[in-house]
Design a binder for this molecule. Structure first.
Ligand code: GLN
Length: 188
């Protein structure tokens, strides 16, 4: 590859720094996105976990909601990032979720996530995670927890209900960078 992939991380609120450090470790150039013009020249975008209500509020304030709708490159949403991309928010991915829907009051936990490709399981950190309630017919399930989807792909969109940026396992970010590389090759 001639140049490093240029990945933006939406840096309005939440766990954006952690994504940045994983992506840099994997060789990407990372920039923080706070304004619509920061989306120019990116090869891909990450929408981190945090609080989806706050992220949506700030995105609207800065005009990033429409700018992200017009962004054409791969997008990876984790946790609140999954919620932001769903039918009821930016409307970019054909799924519906229930927010904070795992467990009881204290609904943060860690669990082994089974990969659909049969590879070694992933250690998933779930923090008040969204639970996928309905999934469009074209969405590919890449990993499950107790038979429910927790990592899915819809074309150029990758979504996880858990936080891969909080573990040492870089496989999910690697997968996203592969999607970005593939899209950059096709678009070149
Ligand atoms: N519960 C948060 C929300 O509803 C998501 C939590 C997270 O991103 N870790 O937006």
């Amino acid at each position: 590859m001639e140049r490093p992939l240029n990945i933006g991380v939406l840096a309005l609120q939440g766990a954006f720094r952690e994504h940045g450090s994983v992506l840099r470790r994997l060789g990407a150039k990372v920039s923080e996105v706070r304004l619509p013009e920061n989306l120019a020249d990116l090869d891909g975008l990450v929408i981190p976990g945090g609080e989806s209500t706050t992220i949506m509020h700030m995105a609207r304030l800065y005009g990033l909601d429409d700018a992200i709708r017009q962004f054409r490159e791969p997008v990876f949403g984790t946790c609140a990032g999954m919620i932001v991309l769903d039918r009821e928010h930016l409307g970019l991915v054909d799924l519906e979720v229930d927010r904070n829907a795992y467990g009881r009051q204290v609904s943060s936990f860690e669990a082994e996530v089974e990969l659909a490709d049969g590879g070694p399981s992933l250690h998933g950190i779930f923090i008040r995670a969204p639970r996928i309630r309905e999934l469009g017919p074209d969405i590919e399930v890449l990993a499950e927890l107790d038979g429910e989807p927790v990592l899915v792909r819809d074309g150029r969109f990758l979504l996880s209900s858990f936080h891969p940026e909080l573990t040492e396992d870089t496989r999910v970010h690697r997968l996203f960078l592969d999607m970005v590389e593939e899209a950059a090759r096709v678009g070149a």
